[in-house]
Structures are given as structure tokens and as C-alpha cells.
Design a protein around this ligand. Sequence first.
Ligand code: FAD
Ligand code: NDP
Length: 312
Amino acid sequence: MNSHRKVIIIGSGPAGHTAAIYAGRANLAPLMFEGEMAGGIAAGGQLTTTTEVENFPGFPTGISGPELMMAMRAQSEHCQTEILTKTVDSVDLSVRPFKVTVENTTYTADTLIIATGATAKRMGIAGESEYWQKGISACAVCDGALPIFRNKALAVIGGGDSACEEASFLTKFASKVYLVVRRHELRASKTMQDRVLANPKIEILWNTDPIAAKGENLLTHLSVQSNKTNEQRDLEVAGLFYAIGHIPNTAFLNGQLKTDETGYILTEPGTTNTSVPGVFAAGDVQDKKYRQAITSAGTGCMAALDAEHFLT
Ligand code: FAD
Ligand code: NDP
């Protein structure tokens, strides 16, 4: 195969596939490395780990996450993208063309689109894998409106802006929301804290650690323990939402692109330009605020257009 390309796309979520569709239609014959369980996530990205996606436009009654990603992959191929099910080990951005190393093979590219996403942190408590997506989720905005959570008590873990935002959001559907915080204070901004503290549907459990998820087919209880008194109790909850942060999948870049202090790639506002000309970043790997399929797809489109512009 041709090991030199005008565009190589790394990552295969909505950002990578949208970039592929646009780059393919611009006759750039992109090559995509879709990853092989990179960061523990199947090719197709985070949406392959969920059930119904109800907020991606074009599907009036929703679509399953895996089905949506299969359709995007088929569309990328239809638009002349070559897709390899391999994980990129490293890149060399100090040379032109850029080098991309995969299992001891080196590919070269005039432009690179980094769309490797981010991975929601998990806690590893007892019962977590059993009830993952059967009551446990890492995305309240995505899953909160599902019927299994309506008018039920729910729990959110974390004390940052995400946890506060998600707890507030969930009160639209839930009868009550427990916010389980490991310290005696919130990390979130003052505005977010005030919003949570003023919401009568939210009860904050301070100095509390979750220890086990329990249920039958679906989650029914969360065991928590005070880290002050060691007292344990079972909360009757239908949903458990982790909001303890994400890890952007940027380790393979080995510090060659500027990132913020938590590893998210920095892009020039209003563009997908990174600190290295010719390298573009799209999707969750450069966005710790919105983290949605549609925003990822939007920046994937921008990255392909930015790459096309760079090449001309
Ligand atoms: P990702 O989807 O994270 O995909 C990146 C891909 O790149 C992964 O497959 C990864 O394995 C691969 N990769 C990583 N490193 C490498 C490497 N070195 N080489 C090759 N490949 C690599 N959003 C919504 O809008 N609606 C929803 O209903 C919704 N539900 C969600 C439910 C869950 C459980 C989760 C976790 C998220 C949900 N989201 C939802 C958020 C949405 O999934 C993300 O915002 C979106 O998938 C981000 O897309 P992305 O293209 O940036 O990357
Ligand atoms: P953060 O890293 O800010 O917060 C993570 C929270 O989870 C912290 O309270 C942390 O506790 C807690 N936590 C981490 N690990 C564990 C664990 N193992 N057990 C229990 N609790 C744990 O992540 P966020 O996703 O909240 O925010 C990321 C960034 O995005 C921030 O910069 C935030 O400001 C920004 N953001 C902004 C929003 C907005 O402006 N609307 C909305 C959402 C995010 P501890 O405090 O003890 O470390």
C-alpha cells in the first residue's frame, strides 16, 4: 500500500469519521488509523459503549451508538477513506512529511488530523462492570433522559464543574439526586456550587466514597461509606453517574503538541490548528467542555477543511 498520504487521520469517533468524509470528498484519499481497543475503547469510539443516542440530528427516534458509528465508518469508506484497524504507537512531528509509527511500520503524511478522543475515568468499585450501561453511566447529558431514570433517585460522583452541572441537569428527570463528594468541599466554580447548593432536589453527601453498585438486572442501590466515620449505607438509586474527569488520549504524542495542564490539545480558537502547522485536532481530544458527538463531528469537519486549506 501507499505509505505516504496527504492526510492521515488518527482516531475513529465522530470527529475522525467526519474528517474522513470531508477529506475523502476533497479527493485527499485519507488514511485512517481507527485504533484496536486503543485506550480500552473499540474502533468507533465512545459511542460504541452506549445504547441509544437520542440527540444526534437526523434520527427522529434515536439510533444505537454502535449502529451510528458503523454507518459513519461505511460513509468514510464510501468517500474513499482507507481504514486500518491499528493503534498508532507514536508520531514524529519534527520532520516533514510527518512520521506515524504503527507496529514497527512507518507511514508519512503532509497533514495529520488527531481525533483520538478522551476516556471517561472509572472508579473500579464492586459491581461497576456488571451495571455499566445498566444504570451506571459516565455521561448524564447523554443518558439522563432515558426512561429508566425518570422520577427515580440518582447519584452523581464527583465535586467538579461536571459533577455539579450533571447533578443540576439530572434534577429535571429525577425525584432526587445525591451528589457524592469525597472531600468536605466542592472543586467546582462558585457559580456551579451555588446552583447545586440552592437546588432542593440535590443532597450532598460530604466526605463520602462509593464502594459498591448493587441490583438485579439493573442497578438498584449504591453502597457508600463515610471516610470520616466509616459508616456505611445503601442508597436506593436507579442511576449512578461518574463525573470524576476524563483522560484525553494524547500519550502517543509524547509532548510534541501544546496541551493544557490536563493533557487536552490546545487549538487556536475558531480553528483546529495546533501548535505544529499542518497538525489539526478535533473532537474530545481538544474539548473538555462540550464533549458531544455532534460537536466532535463539527470540529472533525473543520479539521478536514483546515487540512485542505493548508495543503493548497
Ligand atoms: P471518541 O469517540 O473518543 O473516539 C476516539 C477513537 O480513537 C477511539 O475509538 C479510540 O480508541 C481511538 N484512538 C485513541 N487513541 C488512538 C491511537 N493512538 N491510534 C488510533 N486510534 C486511537 N454524545 C452525544 O452527543 N450523545 C450521546 O448520547 C452520547 N452518549 C455517550 C454515552 C457514553 C457512555 C459516553 C462515554 C459518551 C457519550 N457521548 C455522547 C459523548 C460522545 O461519545 C463523545 O463526545 C464523542 O464520541 C467524541 O468523539 P471523538 O471523535 O472525539 O472521539
Ligand atoms: P475535575 O477534574 O475538575 O473534577 C473531578 C472531580 O471528581 C473532583 O471533584 C475530584 O475530587 C473528583 N474525583 C476524581 N477522582 C475521584 C475518585 N476516584 N473518587 C471520587 N471523586 C473523584 O473534572 P471535571 O470533569 O469536573 O472538569 C474538567 C474541566 O472542565 C475543569 O476545568 C472544569 O472547570 C471544566 N468544566 C467546565 C464546565 C463549565 O464551565 N460549564 C462544565 C464542566 C467542566 P477532588 O476535588 O477531591 O479532587
